[in-house]
Design a protein around this ligand. Structure first.
Ligand SMILES: Nc1ncnc2c1ncn2[C@@H]1O[C@H](COP(=O)(O)OP(=O)(O)OP(=O)(O)O)[C@@H](O)[C@H]1O
Ligand SMILES: [Mg+2]
Length: 345
């Protein structure tokens, strides 16, 4: 903690307090989340620290970057997670500030695409968000949207479960979580549907006077129809994401494949990022699940150079039985992986 000076406490969330800080070395602003882990045993604390360290390896233009994490306090009981400071406030605050004035569909979709790209990035790397809500989505001055607080719920799963339910109303909780089933990536997709609904309707998809009523609405109710200014395609997407049955809900890759969304992807990721993001899906053996929008496919197929580099990768054999374009994408991805990690960032 000596490396930082605290400017002010910016808020208190479900897991602990968030402080605006300055790094002494270069004066860069950051947010430090402090979480009390005093109730954890040494093994659980190590596990929490390991999880937090994993989060720091995620890099994407649409996610709040984590810098580092460390234990602090006389007995190392406070876990500190250091992350980028998002300077434009959160989506919740922004939607509230509209005072009922609707957002153009274009803007809703542009922000939705960025959130979905962020979710794809973490899901492809087997990380679940677990706390997706408009308060954890940040706007920057340049109107880039960044997803924050991903994975923290898992890091702290053992510490704060009880405190968590006591703070805030879980508007974004999926039907399967209401039924105490296991959290999975489709539970994040439900929350994503709630956020999309909220951007269009400027209110929560499901509300209740108390927990019992909220759970009944989530499990059996239908949200009020979206304003008629929004397209049928956008309404259909909300309905799909809010399918009560988790299996019927699309995953992030399936959402990004939809025409409404797909054609916007190129506007938010550079050619290199597109290649990295969409080749990654291929690499994980889910070739037919891969999105590969036109721009990414072009980047992946980017001529002999990617293939050539991959061909020079020791032990690289493009999987048999794939279409030529898929083989090119895998080859390009192999070339990317052969590069030092730092160069890929
Ligand atoms: N990286 C960040 N950049 C800028 N502001 C942030 C950042 N992280 C959190 N905040 C702000 O700090 C306040 C507290 O955030 P915190 O994440 O602790 O609580 P929360 O989002 O309400 O709940 P949760 O713990 O479920 O995420 C919020 O107002 C939030 O907008
Ligand atoms: Mg938060």
């Amino acid at each position: 903690m000596e490396r930082y000076t605290v400017s002010k406490v910016v808020g208190k969330g479900s897991f602990g307090k968030a402080m605006l800080c300055k790094r002494r070395r270069d004066g860069k602003l950051c947010i430090i989340k402090q979480v009390d882990t005093a109730r954890l045993g040494p093994r659980e604390r190590r596990e929490a620290q390991r999880e937090a360290a994993l989060l720091a390896t995620m890099r994407h233009p649409n996610i709040v970057g984590y810098w580092e994490s460390f234990l602090h306090g006389a007995r190392g009981e406070t876990l500190c997670i250091v992350m980028d400071y998002a300077d434009g406030g959160d989506l919740y605050g922004y939607l509230k500030s509209r005072r009922g004035s609707p957002l153009p569909e274009e803007r809703v979709l542009d922000w939705f695409v960025q959130i979905t790209l962020a979710l794809k990035h973490i899901h492809d790397r087997k990380i679940l968000h677990r706390d997706l809500k408009s308060q954890n989505i940040f706007l920057t001055m340049s109107r880039v949207v960044k997803l924050g607080d991903f994975g923290i719920a898992k890091v702290l799963a053992n510490t704060m479960d009880h405190a968590r339910t006591a703070i805030g109303t879980p508007y974004y909780m999926s039907p399967e979580i209401c039924q105490e089933k296991r959290y999975n990536h489709k539970s994040d997709m439900w929350s994503l549907g709630c956020v999309l609904y909220e951007m269009a309707a400027l209110r929560h998809a499901f509300e209740g006077n108390d927990m019992r009523q909220l759970v009944a609405k989530i499990c059996r109710g239908q949200p009020a129809p979206l304003p008629s200014r929004y397209s049928a395609a956008l309404r259909a997407l909300v309905a799909e994401l809010l399918s009560k049955d988790a299996h019927a809900r699309p995953g992030a890759n399936a959402v990004l494949r939809q025409a409404l969304v797909r054609d916007r992807i190129g506007g938010f990721l550079s050619q290199a990022q597109l290649q990295e993001e969409f080749s990654h899906t291929v690499l994980h053996g889910r070739v037919h699940d891969a999105v590969l929008p036109a721009a990414a496919a072009a980047a992946a197929a980017g001529g002999g150079s990617a293939m050539g580099a991959a061909a020079g990768t020791p032990g690289f054999v493009p999987p048999a039985g794939l279409a030529v374009d898929d083989r090119r994408a895998v080859a390009a991805a192999a070339a990317l992986i052969a590069r030092p990690a730092a160069a890929a960032r």
